[in-house]
Design a protein around this ligand. Structure first.
Ligand SMILES: [Zn+2]
Length: 339
């Protein structure tokens, strides 16, 4: 072990003690795209004992330009991102404990995932999930490291409950949130810089170097050579439902019934059926057979086309409908399939 981590142990703020702390740490990474693949690889290499990685998607060719753990074969086979990531990470370090979750992360799921976690890394691409992470982090007193990137820009900040204003307080002043990688593009260096900064903050927290953690929000544009830090301590909202004295954690309230979401910029509607419906891949197979549609079955999902829309149904009943921009269209199509 010493040899493997010798260069990191030589770095005084970490040392042998810090290395031992890393080995007994558990980090939860939400999202397994550019930020999730890079942070998970860095933390596995650094010797973090246990990782939980959650993501709802599978590998696509357009991911390979920046999502560094994935290969062409993963994209050709449409392997779920968490499955491909685990395979590659275990080749990097055999003794890493890697728990993967192929699902859309909602409040109740996130509350399960963070049991015994030391830290949460935000590797998502949307603000709804970040609000969830923020609520869970404050409810259970676990720090989380916000990271976002689009085009050549990025933002990083470590939120430590009780020390900082929370993400919800900050929302009104955060840099432009309307663009995503899928609509505005992104270059890999922007993602790598965000991921590296997130990992540096993670290493500081996990090895007991809390006092060196970033206290100002970092915003950079690597194409236009600007790195700006912004103080945010005064932004705390006294009536915030997450970090005030009487929190209600609104993002954690479970929605009832079947849930429809448009995945931003991707022309995809995600349908999460009410759990009481118990829809599985074999229901998808039955429907495809009944309608005389050709389908492809993998270990993780069933894929078929319905009216030119590509449908991917996962084992837990969650379905992605590609080619749709409106929830109403998704609802209609889902009803045609499953009633
Ligand atoms: Zn707040």
């Amino acid at each position: 072990m010493k040899d493997r981590y010798s260069r990191q142990i030589l770095f005084k703020p970490i040392g042998e003690k810090g290395q031992e702390r890393l080995a007994s740490s558990h980090v939860v990474i939400i999202g397994c795209g550019a930020l999730g693949t890079t942070t998970s690889e860095m933390l596995v290499r650094a010797g973090v004992g246990k990782l939980t990685i959650a993501d709802r998607d599978y590998v696509d060719m357009s991911n390979l330009q920046r999502q560094q753990l994935f290969t062409e074969q993963d994209a050709l086979e449409g392997t779920p991102k968490v499955v491909a990531a685990k395979q590659h990470l275990e080749k990097i370090r055999e003794d890493a404990k890697i728990r993967t979750v192929l699902d859309h992360v909602d409040g109740p799921l996130l509350e399960q995932l963070i049991v015994d976690a030391d830290l949460i890394i935000d590797a998502t691409d949307n603000f709804e999930t970040r609000l969830l992470i923020n609520d869970v982090a404050w409810k259970y007193g676990i720090p989380w490291i916000y990271g976002a990137c689009v085009q050549s820009t990025g933002v990083v900040f470590p939120f430590v409950p009780s020390n900082t204003a929370c993400f919800r307080c900050l929302l009104p002043v955060l840099p432009s949130v309307s663009q995503t990688c899928d609509t505005a593009g992104i270059i890999a260096p922007a993602a790598q810089i965000v991921a590296s900064n997130q990992c540096a903050e993670a290493l500081k927290w996990l090895t007991g170097n809390k006092e060196t953690m970033r206290t100002k929000l970092l915003h950079f544009d690597i194409w236009n050579n600007s790195f700006v830090e912004a103080g945010i301590s005064r932004i705390k909202n006294k009536a915030c439902p997450t970090c005030s004295e009487h929190p209600t954690y609104p993002a954690l309230t479970k929605q009832e019934g079947t849930n429809y979401v448009v995945l931003c910029g991707r022309d995809t509607v995600q349908v999460t059926p009410d759990p009481s419906r118990h829809i599985t891949m074999s229901d998808g197979e039955k429907v495809a057979k009944r309608l005389g549609i050709e389908y492809r079955l993998t270990d993780f999902f069933i894929e078929f086309y319905m009216d030119d829309y590509r449908c991917i149904l996962f084992q837990n009943g969650r379905m992605l409908i590609h080619g749709l921009k409106e929830i109403s269209e998704g609802r209609k199509l889902y009803h045609q399939l499953f009633g």
